[in-house]
Design a protein around this ligand. Structure first.
Ligand SMILES: Nc1ncnc2c1ncn2[C@@H]1O[C@H](COP(=O)(O)OP(=O)(O)O)[C@@H](O)[C@H]1O
Ligand SMILES: [Mg+2]
Length: 339
């Protein structure tokens, strides 16, 4: 990876131990929210514990400099996975390896990784303190750097994201939504973080602005060799950004495949249903059918079976294992028959 002009690398970058290993490895990640913890809910439910399984045995890899996209309807667990990877939430179970550092997903991050992973959120207004000027906002991850170098770095970052160094004295409300997201991206890059977790980073923006921010993110990825976990419910956006795609349904990965493959030949009926709802895939067009069931009382067997056009008896009784990139009884049988 070569440095972009004007971009200073940190003095002690986190070095990968095995250059051939994926940059990010997630294994068996699971998380539950205990809904009976609060007094009010305990009174209203009569004390019975209620558990919401938001993430269920999720595993995937991200290679350095590439983009793994997570897609799925609202409530499928995308943000929970993002927050766990960014170190904002301790998972109940699972293992994560980032840049050669292995950690249990329920333990705090090693210090070497704390600035290496940064998160870009959907709403740049909510993620930027309205009372801080841009220079202070962007310099937050490098606040210990001496002033002249820090100021120079802020100017460099502003130019990198297509803003003007003169913008550093302004407040967030003086910018448009797209410009605010540029500021948030600049902040995430301040300490040379090599891995960005981006949770719906353009979903709050106008379509024309969305394209500019996505272009910026791709340019930065090429210049700086960034690795992205990219979350979006918008498949057109995912198609533009992703190297690989993971499809989530009620906390489980139901299909993982290279982006070019998943858009032309989806294997899971849920992936197909999501793709049929977007134009330009070559698949027949159809609306997304049915609704996501409650994750507190998920359906038996394959949790997608009540909405699945191909569901059989086995789908109602047995949870399909995730094998060869897909978790679907019918897809597994088709693969066996073809072999
Ligand atoms: N702090 C929380 N407490 C309880 N339930 C939560 C919390 N955060 C998320 N959930 C639930 O976990 C599930 C997954 O949520 P989330 O990860 O935000 O999904 P997505 O980002 O795909 O929309 C949802 O059913 C959501 O209601
Ligand atoms: Mg979300």
């Amino acid at each position: 990876m070569t440095d972009a002009p004007g971009i200073s690398r940190p003095a002690d970058p986190v070095q990968p131990t095995d250059p051939a290993a994926p940059y990010v490895q997630v294994r068996g990640l699971s998380h539950e929210f205990d809904l009976s913890e609060g007094l009010i809910s305990r009174l209203t439910t009569g004390g019975t514990p209620r558990v919401l399984r938001a993430v269920n045995d999720v595993s995937f890899d991200i290679r350095q400099g590439e983009t793994f996209a997570l897609v799925g309807e609202s409530g499928s667990g995308k943000s929970t996975i993002a927050r766990i990877l960014a170190g904002l939430l301790a998972a109940r179970a699972g293992e994560i390896r980032i840049d050669g550092h292995a950690m249990a997903a329920n333990r705090p991050r090693p210090a070497a990784l704390r600035t290496a992973i940064q998160m870009v959120f959907q709403d740049p207004f909510a993620s930027l303190n309205p009372r801080w000027r841009v220079d202070r906002l962007i310099a937050e991850p490098i606040r210990d750097m001496p002033a002249p170098a820090r100021i120079e770095r802020v100017h460099e970052l502003l130019r990198l994201v297509g803003l003007d160094p003169l913008d550093s004295a302004k407040f967030p409300h003086q910018f448009s939504g797209g410009q605010r997201q540029r500021i948030a991206i600049a902040r995430s890059l301040a300490a040379n973080a090599p891995f960005l977790v981006c949770d719906e980073p353009t979903s709050a923006l106008d379509v024309s602005v969305q394209a500019q921010i996505l272009n910026l993110m791709r340019t930065l990825q090429g210049q700086l060799g960034l690795t992205y976990l990219f979350i979006s419910h918008n498949l057109a956006v995912v198609r533009y950004m992703a190297t690989d795609v993971g499809v989530l349904y009620l906390g489980r990965l139901v299909e993982v495949a290279p982006a070019d493959r998943i858009f032309t030949s989806p294997r899971h009926p849920y992936t197909r249903m999501l793709l049929e709802a977007v134009p330009g895939t070559g698949l027949p067009r159809a609306e997304v059918r049915g609704e996501v069931p409650s994750p507190i009382t998920p359906p038996s067997g394959c949790t997608f079976h009540p909405r699945c056009p191909l569901a059989e008896d086995i789908c109602r009784s047995k949870v399909p294992e995730f094998r060869d990139g897909v978790a679907c009884h019918v897809a597994h049988r088709a693969a066996t028959a073809a072999a």
